[in-house]
Write a protein that binds this ligand. Structure first.
Ligand code: GLU
Length: 428
């Protein structure tokens, strides 16, 4: 690839730096729209607390490796800090800062009484045994103990982490405090106080807003087509729920490739194939397709449900979908956002679209703190109600002020966080 081609491919090479630039730009726009001053802007741009730690791991073969870990609390004005923990080899401080800021906006937008945080460990979890991941998790948790707690900062799963990681974190925290504290993390296994409906909550929320978005442009979901990028924690159930409600999921991709079927993929069967093969590639019920091409298919709905920055300037010109619902955090770069808006593509932003996860995390935290369990129906109907009112708030604000859904969502969230700052006052 020539230098110029590489430059147009992605403006900033490092995903984390790009994500933080995008997050800052979204905040800049919101501040300008709301007419807030430089002081508010500066406060909301910086993280409240950042901790970088070294995590030495004794490997199963006796050798030692050291990883960098982070926990960043962007804002705690509306409540305890809240946000996931990511295990990914490329995680850096810029990425965690961006993700923490987005958590603040997400919680404010959906009126969940939390601030925003994020954690990360620069490790590829696929290359380590379960015992090694347990040691990394326990050491990381020990290093960040001063920051976390059910009233301080409540981690949850994100890319590369799961309910087992949450169980180890909960245990490490609890042992260090001498008693069991289920409310210190969410996304726990059910038998340790996890919530019914938590593991599929992000996907459920994605599908709630995807259906609302389709209807808003006059498309009947049962006659619509969709592409889902990513078949992990968010994409897999999002594709399954879309399939269940009658949307034809014509393509699904993962990091290894994509599969395509014009009449719609049987997502349950695809799930069984992935459980056995570890990838969507080779699924006998569909044709093979290049993963990059899947994003460019002419469909009603595109759900990027993998990582940041996949819809960049180059890619945005080729998007033919009418609606993009951001299952991932930060999948659309600033330039791409502009291109999509100019092309009339309706982008439902991450801080609304994927908020189902943190909404049910909140429900889990409430249940853990009360030592009580809600039924699946109760969790799902409350989730649906919050997603519906989030959708109405954002679309209402956008049409009132002539904003994109992202600009409206960010402005609404920034407004709520700033209101909390104003009421509390600046100390001292
Ligand atoms: N990692 C998820 C997110 O990015 C969930 C966070 C949480 O539940 O705290 O929204």
């Amino acid at each position: 690839m020539s230098g110029t081609q590489a430059a147009t491919h992605r403006v900033i090479d490092d995903v984390g730096t790009q994500a933080l630039a995008d997050a800052h730009w979204q905040l800049d726009e919101a501040i300008a729209f709301l007419g807030y001053g430089q002081g508010t802007h500066a406060m909301l741009k910086s993280s409240r607390r950042e901790l970088t730690v070294s995590i030495p791991l004794r490997r199963d073969d006796g050798t030692v490796e050291v990883f960098s870990g982070y926990r960043i609390q962007h804002n705690i004005s509306r409540g305890p800090a809240k946000g996931g923990l990511r295990y990914s080899p490329t995680v850096n401080v810029a990425e965690v800062r961006a993700l923490a800021m987005w958590m603040t906006w997400k919680c404010a937008l959906l009126d969940v009484p939390y601030g925003g945080a994020k954690g990360g460990v620069a490790i590829d979890p696929r290359l380590y045994s379960a015992a090694e991941l347990e040691r990394v998790t326990r050491r990381y948790t020990t290093e960040i103990l001063p920051m976390i707690g059910p009233q301080h900062d409540i981690p949850a799963p994100d890319i590369g982490t799961d309910e087992n990681v949450m169980a180890w974190m909960m245990d490490t925290y609890s042992v260090s405090h001498g008693h069991t504290v289920p409310g210190v993390v969410t996304g726990k296994p059910l038998s340790l106080g996890g919530s019914l409906g938590r593991s599929s909550a992000t996907s459920r929320g994605v599908v709630h807003v995807a259906l609302a978005a389709l209807r808003s442009i006059g498309v009947d979901p049962v006659r619509s087509t969709a592409v889902v990028q990513g078949f992990g924690k968010v994409g897999r159930d999002a594709a399954r729920f879309l399939d269940q409600v009658g949307v034809a999921v014509v393509a699904v991709s993962d990091q290894y490739g994509a599969v395509f079927k014009q009449s719609g993929i049987n997502v349950e069967a695809l799930g069984r194939h992935v459980d056995a093969a570890g990838t969507v590639v080779g699924f006998p019920g569909a044709e093979a397709l290049d993963g990059a091409v899947a994003l460019e298919l002419d469909v009603d709905l595109l759900v990027p449900a993998a990582v940041e920055g996949v819809i960049h300037a180059d890619k945005a010109h080729r998007i033919q979908a009418r609606i993009v619902v951001e299952g991932a955090n930060g999948p659309t770069t600033r330039e791409a956002d502009r291109i999509l808006a100019n092309a009339g593509v309706l982008v439902v932003p991450d801080i609304l679209a994927n908020a189902g996860g943190v909404i049910v995390s909140y429900f889990e935290w409430v249940q853990s703190n009360q030592a009580y369990r809600w039924s699946l129906d109760e969790v799902e109907s409350r989730l649906a109600e919050r997603m519906r009112s989030g959708w109405e708030d954002v679309t209402g604000f956008a049409s009132l002020h002539g904003l994109t859904l992202r600009a409206a969502a960010t402005a609404l969230a920034v407004k709520r966080v700033t209101e909390a700052h104003r009421l509390r006052g600046l100390y001292p």
